[in-house]
Design a protein around this ligand. Structure first.
Ligand code: ADP
Length: 257
């Protein structure tokens, strides 16, 4: 059982509002088809689709004013649009993808995902289909609504499906000693050992991990604890995701217990 995350940085032009990176998506769809590694579940991020809309309407921190209902729905719509582009291109490449909307089956509790209808997802997998989920605007039992990140979803799916391998595809080679986009001297860390005690992730890895990578690392830690091998790779480099799916050795960061 494989789980592949396609980061928002990979499937969208992050600095261009609601712009799908169709070139990357097409190439990655081909790589997934060529790898021919099933069963697999795909989760993608929001990039320039979900994030700016959710931010504009303050969706992540829940209900303050009923006028947010429009923004709540628009955030979901933005993700549906991106998901549609991705699933269409996967189908075209020969991957039997099936779109599953997280907000239709998931409710968070104070931003955390507790319950998940895993039987439903297993049903699609057993048919030989490839479920494609995404970070979404969801109902929350404490704050009315919230944003469920693709990375949080990955950890939960991994643990509930008993994934063997989880691959995070992003726009950097893996986890560095510092943000590689800001520090040219940052060095790639090939193996990150997760302490068995819940500790500060940054301290555990002796790195300065910030922003999206910090959340990703903390969710990935959950998947490692659940028994999956977790690998972070650069999905912009042609062939890297395909090799990673096949279990070949690639440049990246491996997370271990
Ligand atoms: P995605 O959209 O692909 O899920 P994010 O943009 O949320 O990914 O997070 C990846 C980004 O995290 C990288 O582009 C990088 O700028 C940033 N980052 C911060 N600290 C680190 C670090 N120590 N190592 C790698 N990336 C880091």
């Amino acid at each position: 059982m494989l789980i592949l995350k396609l980061g928002g940085s990979v499937v969208t032009h992050k600095d261009k509002y609601m712009s799908a990176h169709t070139g990357n998506i097409q190439r990655l769809a081909m790589e997934i088809a060529e790898a021919d590694t099933y069963p697999i579940v795909i989760v993608h991020g929001g990039g320039s689709f979900g994030h700016p809309v959710a931010k504009k309407h303050g969706i992540a921190d829940g209900l303050v004013d009923k006028s947010q209902f429009f923004g709540f729905s628009e955030t979901h719509q933005a993700m549906v649009k991106l998901n549609q582009v991705i699933v269409d291109l996967l189908l075209k490449a020969g991957v039997p993808a099936f779109a599953i909307s997280p907000s239709s089956m998931i409710r968070t509790d104070s931003k955390r995902l507790n319950e998940l209808d895993i039987g439903l997802i297993k049903g699609f997998i057993e048919l030989g289909l490839v479920p494609v989920l995404y970070g979404d605007a969801v109902l929350d039992s404490q704050q009315t609504f919230a944003i469920l990140s693709g990375d949080q979803l990955i950890a939960k799916l991994s643990n509930n499906l008993g994934a063997d391998r989880v691959i995070f595809g992003s726009d950097v080679d893996g986890i560095f000693t510092d943000n590689p986009k800001l520090s040219p001297d940052a060095m790639l860390i090939e193996t990150v050992s997760i302490s068995s005690h819940e500790a500060n992730v940054g301290a555990t890895t002796h790195t300065d991990v910030t922003g999206g990578m910090l959340g990703k690392l903390s969710e990935a830690t959950e998947a490692v604890r659940g028994g999956a091998d977790v690998l972070m790779v650069n999905a912009f480099v042609p062939g890297r995701v395909r090799s990673a799916l096949r279990g070949e050795k690639v440049i990246g960061t491996v997370l271990t217990l």
